[in-house]
Write a protein that binds this ligand. Structure first.
Ligand code: ADP
Length: 396
């Protein structure tokens, strides 16, 4: 079956058409500047990217252009839309309502809408994509795959905050966690790759991208994760602050004469390694900066790596041990220096880094030595493939 995977944001939309049997990507691309002017990028497997500027007043026109590109007689990946067997939508917040992926129907959409207050920017955008596909392909089954679902197995002690309990009951204030599709995919891939029994394993997944989170996965189930009610919590990230003393909000508001929205803007967009370095949120720039003697770039890299190591230590405690640590996403997959710095803190666990193996890129890779007590791996994440697999499992 061919599955169209859609990740719909407020003004952009990423897509992949995947053959679920071969798990090959037949075509992929993105629509940008929806509602502004509009640009479609389309790439059929094996061919160059095509970029077309065309008006996309709404997501419906954007998806129509994607469908036209996919079925176009010159560079289309399929002959007609009847070859799309299902659509898998990435959904950000499923609250406590969704503990796994779900077939999209009217009742399901209502349940997602009830979670909108928890992700006011993301969920409505995801649903716009769902509605546009429903209009254009009314007979094709669709599935929603939630960023939060994998983390719903966390025990209460991991998800409750030290706040008045009524905020949890009335407003749903608790830890939800994000990147769940990636944490689920990478923990399963790690067990498979290392020949471990997932049902009897303790794995820590470090998803280190522009947004970064860590999770503790015991016997295949998430028991703790670093992001919280929102994706602002946990690790120091590209531009997000991660965990800070909450009293800083009031202090900075007074000092900088900012309102709450102004402070939140700083915490989301001007903090993290960007804020520390004053140079960039991109780890390639930070490494270059450090190599040229920029001390704040070195500080940013060190703070980030120390943060990751501290969370790993916490999750070893949460699971009373660890068998494997997996690095994934942009930084986790591509930054040997960060992995080396993180693992430098974990000697007490019996982690021994294989410096040669740590230099490799691009595929599943063990970077610990054979005598290392804990296996350390790099496992590229593939959220689109995970969405495709869940979609097929639910529509078959
Ligand atoms: P997201 O999906 O959260 O936007 P990604 O997982 O794509 O993020 O990660 C993007 C980040 O990965 C970049 O901002 C950069 O910091 C980092 N990155 C990508 N390639 C490299 C590299 N070769 N070396 C170091 N860092 C890299």
């Amino acid at each position: 079956m061919n599955v169209l995977v859609i990740n719909c944001g407020s003004s952009s939309l990423k897509y992949q058409l995947i053959n679920s049997e071969s798990e090959e990507v037949l075509a992929k691309g993105l629509c940008e500047r929806i509602g502004i002017d509009g640009r479609l990028t389309y790439q059929k497997a094996g061919l160059d990217k095509e970029v077309t500027d065309a008006p996309m007043p709404t997501h419906k026109e954007a998806i129509k252009m994607v469908l036209d590109a996919l079925t176009n007689d010159k560079t289309g990946a399929i002959g007609s839309l009847s070859e799309v067997g299902a659509v898998g939508h990435r959904m950000v917040h499923g609250g406590e309502k969704f503990t796994s992926s779900a077939v999209i129907n009217d009742e399901m959409i209502k349940a997602v809408e009830s979670c909108n207050p928890l992700a006011p920017l993301h969920n409505p955008a995801n649903l716009i994509g769902v509605n546009a596909c429903k209009e254009l392909m009314p007979d094709v089954p669709m599935v929603g795959v939630f960023d939060t679902a994998f983390h719903q197995t966390m025990p209460k002690e991991a998800y409750l905050y030290g706040l008045p309990y009524e905020y949890y009951e009335k407003y749903g204030v608790r830890r939800y966690g994000f990147h769940g599709t990636s944490h689920s995919f990478v923990s399963k891939e790690t067990a498979k790759f290392l020949g471990m029994d997932l049902e009897n394993s303790k794995i820590i997944v470090a998803h280190l991208g522009n947004g970064a989170s860590i999770s503790a996965v015991k016997n295949g189930k998430c028991v703790d994760t670093s992001m919280g009610l929102t994706p602002l919590a946990g690790l120091v990230m590209g531009t997000r602050c991660g965990d800070i003393d909450p009293a800083i909000l009031e202090y900075i508001a007074q000092k900088e004469n900012l309102d709450l929205a102004g402070v939140m803007n700083v915490l989301n967009k001007k903090s993290g390694v960007q804020g520390i370095s004053g140079v960039s949120s991109d780890f390639r720039d930070l490494e270059n900066g450090m190599n040229e003697g920029n001390e704040r770039c070195a500080d940013a890299l060190n703070v980030f790596s120390y943060n990751v190591a501290k969370f790993i230590g916490a999750y070893v405690a949460a699971m009373n041990g660890v068998d494997a640590i997996a690095f994934t996403a942009g930084i986790g997959e591509n930054a040997p220096l960060v992995r080396e710095k993180v693992l430098g803190y974990l000697g007490y666990l019996g982690v021994v880094l294989d410096a040669e193996a740590n230099k490799k890129r691009g595929e599943n890779n063990v970077i610990s030595t054979p005598d290392s007590k804990v296996k350390v791996v790099v496992v590229p994440t593939n959220e689109e493939l995970a969405i495709c697999r869940d979609t097929v499992a639910l529509v078959k």
